[in-house]
Design a binder for this molecule. Structure first.
Ligand SMILES: [Zn+2]
Length: 383
């Protein structure tokens, strides 16, 4: 389970109010699962027909991925008990992913949310094993149940490896967090152990090539995935830490250049070249009409700049995404990235309820703050 924003894939249903998606990569892995399992069942049970081994293989694959969903739902149920909203559950090539709206605020919450998944997998493993005992003479039922029991136990054990962002790494982070009261330090420690585990998996997978054990190439892929995820989580924490306590008003540019709506794009490009400013407020009379920037200008071919006005391509007033001066910078940066835009006007409301644009925050300005603060932080810690 982790926080991540990415394309969602195909929606397949809704459980506990949480939409369930399958990523496109999952479709491939599901087909591969059905194929490998049916071939394995065919090898183990020569008396089965092709249709029977395929039927059992597909049913087992479906039950296995249902188990993965139950693992994620288990995390989600505990998160929701702590009033943390679960946005979605997505099945993808390496398993499941529950997206939560925010990180837990207490170490004990993270501990319990993370533990719930492996516990669910272990319980499912035990459950499938017990049920298989009721069908000793019927291999077509007991064989898949025993496979599901084993697969769920592997899932529980693998997820308990103490490297972030695996569940075990989150539990590890929660313990360090609880002990040191330092969330950032705990994330760095758990991230470092996540990288160690990733390198170990990659080394093991590559080492297996020398013994011609090609199945273990999976360990390399999972290791690379974990390595990337561990690096990203640590980078996120660094950004969060650096921007903590800063608000839109701290970094916004107070100069808000305005242009009239009937200005031609040719004139606008001259204005941009002359002043170096990349974003402008568009007015009509003395009223706000929209927001103009270089990205909007570039949507129009150069030879048509003379024939079009700013009004034709600007972001109209009701489509502009605003920020408030007191908005935390981290949240603002997340919104800029989610909307894939570079600047946001900062609006403040007067006593009479009228809106005034008091400044503009750009992605560049936030990145400059990040860079300056990290250089300053490095300089301070070197003393
Ligand atoms: Zn999990």
């Amino acid at each position: 389970m982790e926080q991540m924003s990415q394309a969602q894939g195909i929606r397949v249903g809704r459980i506990l109010g949480i939409p369930i998606y399958v990523d496109f990569s999952w479709v491939l892995i599901f087909a591969a699962f059905c194929f490998i399992l049916s071939q394995q069942f065919k090898l183990d049970h020569k008396e089965w027909t092709s249709a029977e081994s395929w039927g059992v293989g597909i049913a087992t694959s479906l039950l296995f991925f249902t188990s993965v969903v139950l693992h994620e739902l288990s995390h989600s149920a505990v998160a929701q008990a702590y009033k943390i909203k679960v946005l979605s559950i997505t099945l993808f090539i390496f398993g499941g992913l529950a997206r939560i709206s925010r990180e837990p605020t207490k170490a004990i919450q993270e501990f319990n949310i993370a533990l719930a998944g492996p516990v669910a997998s272990a319980v499912l493993g035990g459950f499938f094993y017990l049920v298989s005992l009721f069908f000793p003479g019927n291999a077509m039922i007991s064989a898949p149940l025993q496979y599901l029991s084993w697969a769920n136990l592997v899932l529980a054990v693998f997820n308990m490896l103490p490297g972030f962002p695996l569940d075990g790494g989150r539990i590890f982070r929660a313990i360090v967090w609880g002990a040191t009261k330092d969330f950032s330090k705990a994330t760095r420690v758990a991230g470092a152990s996540g990288k160690l585990i990733a390198y170990a998996l990659i080394a093991y997978g590559l080492g297996s090539l020398f013994t011609k054990n090609y199945d273990n190439i999976w360990f390399v892929l999972i290791g690379l995935y974990l390595l990337n995820a561990a690096q990203m989580s640590v980078a996120q924490v660094t950004i969060r830490e650096t921007l903590a306590g800063l608000h839109a008003a701290d970094v916004m540019s107070l100069e808000v250049p305005t242009i009239p709506a009937n200005m031609s794009l040719e004139e606008y490009s001259n204005e941009v070249l002359r002043t170096g400013r990349r974003v402008h407020i568009v007015t009509m009379g003395d009223r706000l009409a929209g927001l103009m920037n270089v990205a909007a200008l570039n949507q129009v071919p150069r030879d048509e700049w003379n024939m079009n006005s700013v009004q034709a391509v600007m972001v109209p007033r009701d489509k502009i995404i605003w920020a408030a001066p007191e908005e935390p910078l981290l949240r603002l940066l997340e919104r800029l990235m989610a909307a894939d835009i570079n600047q946001m006007p900062v609006v403040s409301y007067g006593e009479d309820g009228s809106a005034h644009i008091v400044g503009i925050v750009s992605r560049d300005a936030i990145l400059r703050v990040l860079q300056t603060r990290s250089e300053l932080g490095a300089a301070l810690s070197h003393r």
